[in-house]
Design a protein around this ligand. Structure first.
Ligand SMILES: *Cc1c(COP(=O)(O)O)cnc(C)c1O
Length: 341
């Protein structure tokens, strides 16, 4: 996709919009007298956060080998999904495309914005059928394709992402919430080649900081400027920004977290093998398993009785439950119960 065509995808009212911008965003002071934002001069968390998230972006830029101008930070990647839809999709006119099954939040935000949701049914191995994609993506109302890889709730990675970037005339959002568990290459390396690509990542899964609500969008400077323009100025709070910066100081933390989860994932997979109520364990690139059960009603109610929470996916995915990789204690409780059924 040619660079100058991004602008033609943006809603007219967003093109016109002036970003909210505070004096502090563009100036630095040593000992400021801060009487400009109606904050309290007293207290511990009395100041508004840096709305440009400068320090965080600089750190992430170093980590990802990108420019800070290619990074937007959201109150979770959920917020970024919402903003991306608002930027490109005219209510009651435009549509999004998503895989089916996939992450529910794309349809949630599209529906709130009054955009149609077209669904691309996956095959029995949860792969995209390319001929179906080519057919459905010809719909002129489509502005965004949400491509979740590894996909939630199926767990598999999607191959040949460049094919979709080349053959979709709108924005392709590659949601990499689980990429760290996959061993697969991130689509970040395609950013230079494709101006219609947005990559979403998050601190909620492999980093283990879901409570802080911090997610990232990586894209061209042009798209990042649009996101910065429409976002709430103080969308990522002071405490979360500080916590993330502190976490990034500990360079080994991410890999340690991932390694622990992968060890538990391997252990769980072995344990599942001898369990009779399980009819299929789908292969996974994420921190969860999609599992087909013999008698899902019975299994699920037994799990609830013992207060083991899992995510039922039927009837959308027949007889399937999505189960997180937990810590060893949680995993043992799960396995012990399943063995008794
Ligand atoms: C969990 C998840 C996210 C993360 O959302 P946050 O708002 O960053 O917590 C994004 N996409 C998918 C597919 C997910 O499963």
């Amino acid at each position: 996709m040619k660079n100058n065509s991004i602008k033609t995808l943006v809603r007219e009212n967003i093109v016109q919009l002036q970003p909210y911008s505070s004096f502090r965003d563009h100036n630095e002071f040593n000992a400021p007298v801060m009487l400009d934002a109606n904050e309290s001069p007293f207290g511990e968390c009395n100041r508004y956060p840096d709305s440009t998230q400068k320090e965080l972006k600089n750190r992430l830029a170093g980590l990802k080998n990108l420019s800070p101008s290619q990074i937007a930070i959201g109150n979770g990647s959920d917020e970024l999904i919402d903003l991306i839809i608002k930027i490109f999709c005219e209510p009651k006119k435009d549509a999004i495309l998503m895989m089916n099954p996939s992450f529910a939040m794309y349809a949630f935000y599209a529906t709130i914005n009054e955009n149609k949701v077209l669904k691309l049914d996956l095959d029995e191995n949860f792969e995209i059928i390319k001929s179906d994609f080519l057919k459905i993506s010809a719909d002129p109302s489509l502005k965004i394709f949400f491509l979740c890889s590894p996909n939630n709730p199926t767990g598999n990675s999607i191959d040949d992402i460049e094919f979709y970037l080349q053959n979709f005339k709108g924005i392709v959002v590659v949601d990499e919430a689980y990429i760290e568990f996959s061993g697969k290459k991130s689509s970040l390396e395609l950013l230079d080649q494709y101006s219609n690509l947005i990559v979403l990542q998050t601190f909620s899964k492999a980093w283990g900081i879901a409570g802080a609500r911090v997610g990232m969008a990586y894209a061209s400077e042009e798209i990042i400027n649009l996101i910065s323009t429409v976002k709430a100025p103080y969308n990522v709070n002071v405490l979360s920004q500080e916590l993330i910066l502190k976490t990034l100081d500990d360079e080994s933390r991410l890999q340690e977290n991932v390694n622990r989860i992968l060890e538990e994932r391997t252990w769980l997979k072995q344990q599942f093998e001898g369990i009779t109520c399980i009819s299929k364990v789908f292969s996974t690139d994420a921190n969860f398993f999609l599992i087909r059960m013999e008698n899902i009603d019975n299994v699920y109610s037994k799990m609830l009785e013992e207060e083991i929470l899992t995510s039922r996916r039927d009837p959308a995915i027949p007889r399937c439950i999505r189960i997180n990789v937990g810590n060893r204690e949680e995993n043992e409780k799960l396995i012990n119960l399943l063995k008794r059924i």
